[in-house]
Every structure is written in structure tokens, then in C-alpha cells.
Design a binder for this molecule. Structure first.
Ligand SMILES: CC(=O)N[C@H]1[C@@H](OP(=O)(O)OP(=O)(O)OC[C@H]2O[C@@H](n3ccc(=O)[nH]c3=O)[C@H](O)[C@@H]2O)O[C@H](CO)[C@H](O)[C@@H]1O
Ligand SMILES: [Mn+2]
Length: 341
């Protein structure tokens, strides 16, 4: 009898104990889930350094009253539009120097476009993020044709071989896929921001930390004065790049864009997916990835816009609003350099 009671007590005790252990395990797995959600962020997340200055650092007093009056320097969603005269280079350099940033920069030179590399790289070394860390990723089908260009301090160049393609449109659009993979597989912890630039271009003036932002678009040099219905958006509803006549903010160039790794990853992934769906439906947007980029920027507003100073059409062309040309397309004969019409 006594033994029986003892056994019953023992069994009951065991049940209570295993119940307690179960609850405890369950609680700790709940806790773990919550911790994961809070602390494990995407590995490309932009670090938030704040815009810090220091006591005793002297620069010109910014004005509440004086600024550019001939151009808009802010969008209707309150993103800055960067023009000469809207920032203080001394101050902004000082702020960003503290952040120890790396700017990944991609450029593609396939087929005859390798001829643009010398001017592009040499002029970039004079004007592009001078004094900041830059890592160029150059994609080419002919690594042997890449000219020797002396890199400035903390600027490095990595050359990647990619297969050549028969259509210039495929080369241009294919950049989105390559950029997506580069960011996803290689740039986490390696860079803070990325810019993606056309190679048939040259730098003539400063392009530096004033251009940094979460998501950055450059206003196309041919359309900054045009009403939205004249923008060369894709107008066929069959394409995923379609934008109706009554919509649109600005017309952005496909020749330069950038931002944080996270935002540019999302941009490139979205454009790549949309282009694949278009291709499966046998349609190619009128201005290729530039059309998809414009669609993306319409519904994912850029946090900073660069004026056409950051991609001008031709160094010899002028416009009263353009006080300085920083980066410009070079004249090229498409029939001479492209693999197809
Ligand atoms: C001013 C502007 O907005 N330019 C855009 C425009 O024409 P573009 O005439 O500027 O296009 P493009 O001929 O410069 O091609 C775009 C880029 O693809 C690369 N490439 C192209 C062909 C080739 O054989 N080898 C090669 O490497 C190269 O990096 C070049 O800069 O439309 C293109 C897509 O329709 C892109 O959106 C361009 O950025
Ligand atoms: Mn170009």
C-alpha cells in the first residue's frame, strides 16, 4: 500500500516536472523568435551614423533666406535636389569623413565600349569621391583591354569578366541582374553605398558625398524642362514599365543611379524581375531598363535627386540653370560602337 502511494506520487511529480520543462522550453523558443526579429537585420542595412559636426569646426553660416531661386531644390515629397549652390562642400565633406564610408561603383564596358574606359577612369580619379574610399567593379568581356590607370589613395579597381552579348539592349538591361547578384553575394560589409554609371561618360567636376542617400536618381538631361506627358516613359500597358500620361514626377536617366545597398538591391531585383516578365510576354520597354527604373522611382520615391549637373548631355551644350557640369555623356557614334542597330 505504502509502496503504491509512493509510486503514484512519483508519477504525479514526474508529470508536473515534464510540464514545467515543456513550458520553459516553449517560452524560451518564443523569446528567441522575438530576439531574432529585433536584432537580425538584413546584412546590407545602412549604418546610421547621423550627420555629426564638431565644436570649433568653422564654415559659412547657412542661410534661411538665400538659396537657388532659378531651380527647385526640393521635391514635393521633400527630397533634396542637388544643384551647385545648395550644399557646402567643406561642411558636407567634414560630416561624411567621420563615417569611414566605402562607395562601390559599377561600370560596364563590353565590346567596343572598352574605348571609353581610359577617359572615364582617369577623369573619375580627378573628381569622383576624392579622399573617400571607392571600390570600382568593372565588368567587361575583355579584361586585357582595360587600360592601366593610376588609382588615387583608397581607390581600388576590381575587374570581372562577363560573357559578351549580341545586342546592346541586352548588355544595358543585363546590368540589373549583375548588380543584384553583386550586392547580394559580395557587398555586405564591403561597402555602404553603391553607384552604377554608364561608361560612355566623363567627369568634369566634383561628384562626392553630397550625392549620398538611401535611394538616389539622376534627372535626365534632355527632360528636365519637359511636362510629364512628353517624358519617354513606356506607354504600352502590355509592358510592366507602363506609366499613364497623367502620372510621373521626373524623367530619370538609366545612366546613373545609386543609394544604399539595401535600396539598390531592391531596385535592381524589381527591375530584373519586371524585365523578365516583359521578355516572357515578348515585349521590351521602349528605353529598356531605363523605362523600368522610371517606373520603380515613381512608386518608390528617391530620397535624393541629382540635378542634370550629374549627367549632362554634352560638355559643349549649355543651359542657364547648369552652373557646373560634373559628369557628362561623351559624343559617340552609336553605329560605330554598338554591336547591333
Ligand atoms: C542618357 C541616358 O539616359 N542613357 C541611357 C540610354 O542610352 P545610351 O545611349 O546612353 O546607352 P549606351 O549605349 O551608353 O548603353 C548603356 C551602357 O551599357 C554598356 N554597353 C552598352 C553596349 C555595348 O556594346 N557595350 C557596353 O558596355 C555601357 O556601360 C553603356 O554605357 O538608354 C540605355 C538603355 O536603353 C541606358 O538606360 C542608358 O543609360
Ligand atoms: Mn550611355
Amino acid at each position: 500500500m505504502l509502496r503504491q502511494n509512493f509510486l503514484i506520487i512519483l508519477v504525479l511529480f514526474g508529470m508536473v516536472l515534464s510540464g514545467l520543462i515543456y513550458m520553459n522550453n516553449n517560452q524560451s523558443s518564443c523569446k528567441q523568435k522575438i530576439i531574432e526579429r529585433v536584432h537580425i537585420k538584413p546584412k546590407w542595412k545602412l549604418k546610421n551614423y547621423g550627420l555629426r559636426s564638431s565644436p570649433g569646426f568653422v564654415y559659412q553660416q547657412p542661410s534661411v533666406l538665400i538659396g537657388r531661386t532659378d531651380v527647385a531644390s526640393v521635391t514635393s515629397w521633400l527630397a533634396p535636389i542637388v544643384w551647385e549652390g545648395t550644399f557646402d562642400a567643406t561642411l558636407i565633406d567634414f560630416i561624411y569623413k567621420k563615417q569611414n564610408l566605402t562607395i562601390a561603383t559599377t561600370v560596364f564596358a563590353l565590346g567596343k565600349y572598352t574605348r571609353f574606359l581610359k577617359d572615364f577612369l582617369e577623369s573619375a580619379e580627378q573628381h569622383y569621391f576624392v579622399g573617400f574610399r571607392v571600390h570600382y567593379y568593372l565588368f567587361t568581356d575583355q579584361p586585357e583591354a582595360v587600360p592601366e590607370v593610376k588609382m588615387g589613395e583608397n581607390h581600388i579597381l576590381t575587374i570581372r569578366k562577363v560573357p559578351s552579348l549580341n545586342r546592346w539592349q541586352d548588355i544595358s538591361m543585363g546590368r540589373m541582374d549583375i548588380l543584384e547578384k553583386l550586392i547580394e553575394n559580395e557587398l555586405a560589409g564591403e561597402a555602404d553605398y553603391i553607384f552604377c554609371l554608364d561608361v560612355d561618360t566623363k567627369f568634369y567636376g566634383r561628384w562626392s558625398v553630397e550625392s549620398l542617400g538611401r535611394l538616389v536618381g539622376v534627372i535626365h538631361p534632355w527632360f528636365f524642362e519637359a511636362p510629364r506627358h512628353l517624358f519617354t516613359y513606356e506607354r504600352r500597358p502590355e509592358s510592366l514599365a507602363y506609366i499613364s500620361e497623367g502620372e510621373g514626377d521626373y524623367y530619370f536617366t538609366g545612366a546613373a543611379f545609386g543609394g544604399s545597398l539595401e535600396d539598390v538591391l531592391h531596385l535592381t531585383k524589381t527591375c530584373r524581375e519586371q524585365m523578365n516578365i516583359d521578355a516572357a510576354n515578348s515585349i521590351e520597354a521602349v528605353w529598356h531598363e531605363e523605362s523600368h527604373l522610371n517606373k520603380y522611382f515613381l512608386y518608390n520615391k528617391p530620397s535624393k535627386l541629382l540635378s542634370p549637373e550629374y549627367l549632362w548631355r554634352n560638355i559643349n551644350a549649355g543651359a542657364s540653370q547648369i552652373k557646373t557640369i560634373r559628369f557628362s555623356h561623351v559624343a559617340k557614334n552609336n553605329a560605330d560602337v554598338r554591336p547591333n542597330p
